[in-house]
Design a binder for this molecule. Structure first.
Ligand SMILES: Cc1ncc(COP(=O)(O)O)c(C=O)c1O
Length: 461
């Protein structure tokens, strides 16, 4: 049966499985020889709980329909059912992965899950841990970079996530952005000229930019590293899991195969890794950078001489539940070539290519370049940049009315200039429509997505 033939957007049969697993965990208390203690709810408590929960459910209706395949806008992917259940299960213990004193089992699961990510990305040795998201993970990577090259500049492309310039400001590290080419990839010639005239300590290479999913030319940057001795930090917060897709362009394939040559990598399991929000990951190739985190804690670190994750993380308390959810997801869906997980990543990219093809063959749209991952951006064909931007916003609203949720991104004129010769560039940027096709189900739903989009164009003024 296809996902269109049945209609239950919010899966819930799995709640029975949760009940069984909670009962299994309960056994640990009878085994622990503790005096009896009963936390069951009485009728009054249950009724009050139900009332508040129902109010929460009602409040939560005020959201875009993220789990539905017709939500195809921002980078939002529903967590896998196993992640949702394992996360919830862990909450009965609410482990804290700061110290082994707060979360023994979940710390072990975090170390295993992180080792899996490191090996998937090509690090044979590593130091790493989970973070609250991509921003904290990148902050730690840039903080370590600065400890190794104090005061030297950090550079990233002008299409890199804005978090890098903000983090550099917080850490008081000099920062500059490097221009991009017409495919939104870092311009290597410009990087080289900056390397000649600046004291650059670290180059941030984005393998999957936020706006367009573009992949910076890592191989050429690795060549430059031989002459100019800088650190390479890869921001694969969005794109990291595409390493497993078997249908990348030649350029992206080469880059993802070389990712393991970087000094540090960030990947966000809460983007393409099917995790609830609150799950980023930072990885260092050289485990000795752990020395920068060294500190004494007068409160924790008592129950074991083994590594406490708080000894290699800037954040103190961290949710053990995140680690449990990630571990469970990797157990159910191993991150291996040709696995179900890998095939789903490949499906996202092929959906983006098919969507791009349809756009290219339609007289109303202009696609600046082929998507490298699963993010498609396109402008509306009109006479001027301001007219096109206004029309994109109108279509965005019209598709939403019809149930299809896209996003809007402001892109530089340079991505389009050679595509539309007789165009009035009355402004430097153009508002484009943008779609992150992150759900494998988007493939089956592409005809509906296309139908609503083209209908909305016809209905626009
Ligand atoms: C490439 C990239 N880096 C970093 C971030 C920031 O990650 P987070 O939102 O998890 O803090 C994002 C978010 O979209 C991203 O796309």
């Amino acid at each position: 049966m296809t996902t269109k033939e049945k209609s239950r957007v919010l899966e819930h049969q799995s709640l029975d499985l949760l009940n069984q697993a909670v009962a299994l965990m309960e056994e640990s208390f009878s085994e622990a020889n503790l005096p009896s203690y009963d936390s069951s709810l009485d009728t009054m408590q249950t009724e009050r709980l139900q009332a508040v929960l129902n109010e929460v459910a009602t409040r939560l209706k005020d959201n875009f329909p993220y789990p539905h395949p017709l939500y195809a806008g921002q980078m939002i992917k529903p967590p896998h059912v196993v992640a949702r259940l394992a996360y919830t299960l862990a909450l009965w213990f609410n482990p804290n992965n700061h110290a082994l004193d707060g979360g023994r089992a979940s710390s072990a699961m975090e170390k295993e899950a992180v080792a899996n990510l490191a090996s998937m990305l090509g690090f044979s040795d590593h130091l790493g841990h989970l973070t609250s998201g991509g921003t904290m993970a990148n902050l730690e990577a840039l903080w370590v970079a600065d400890r190794l090259h104090p005061g030297k500049m950090i550079v990233a492309s002008s299409q890199a996530h804005y978090t890098h310039s903000r983090i550099s400001e917080v850490l008081k590290i000099p920062y500059k952005s490097v221009a991009v080419d017409s495919q939104a990839r870092m311009d290597v010639k410009e990087l080289e000229s900056m390397l000649k005239s600046n004291d650059i300590g670290t180059v941030v290479v984005t393998t999957g930019t936020t706006a367009t999913g573009s992949v910076d030319p890592l191989l050429q940057i690795l060549e430059l590293q031989k002459n100019y001795k800088f650190r390479i930090h890869i921001d694969a917060a969005y794109g990291g899991y595409f390493k497993l897709a078997n249908n990348l362009s030649e350029h992206a394939r080469e880059v993802f195969d070389a990712i393991g040559q970087a000094d540090s990598i960030v990947i966000d399991p809460h983007k393409h890794g099917l995790q609830p929000y609150g799950c980023g990951c930072v990885l260092f190739k050289d485990p000795s950078v752990g020395k920068f985190y060294k500190h004494d804690s007068p409160y924790t670190y008592f129950s074991s001489d083994q590594l406490h994750l708080g000894e290699i993380s800037l954040e103190c308390s961290r949710p053990g539940a995140s680690a449990v959810a990630l571990w469970a997801t990797q157990k159910l869906l191993p991150m291996e070539a040709n696995s179900e997980f890998a095939k789903n990543m490949a499906t996202c990219r092929s959906t983006a290519l098919e969507f791009c093809d349809k756009l290219n063959n339609d007289e109303h749209f202009i696609v600046p370049f082929e998507p490298e991952l699963d993010i498609v951006v396109f402008a509306v064909k009109t006479k001027s940049a301001s007219e096109s931007s206004a029309k994109a916003k109108e279509i965005f609203a019209k598709t939403a009315e019809a149930g299809l949720h896209l996003a809007v991104a402001n892109l530089p004129a340079s991505f389009f200039k050679d595509k539309i010769p007789d165009f009035n560039w009355d402004q430097d940027n153009i508002a484009c429509l943008r779609s992150c096709l992150m759900k494998p189900e988007h493939h089956e739903w592409l005809p509906e997505i296309w139908g609503i989009l083209t209908n909305s164009v016809l209905r626009s003024s």
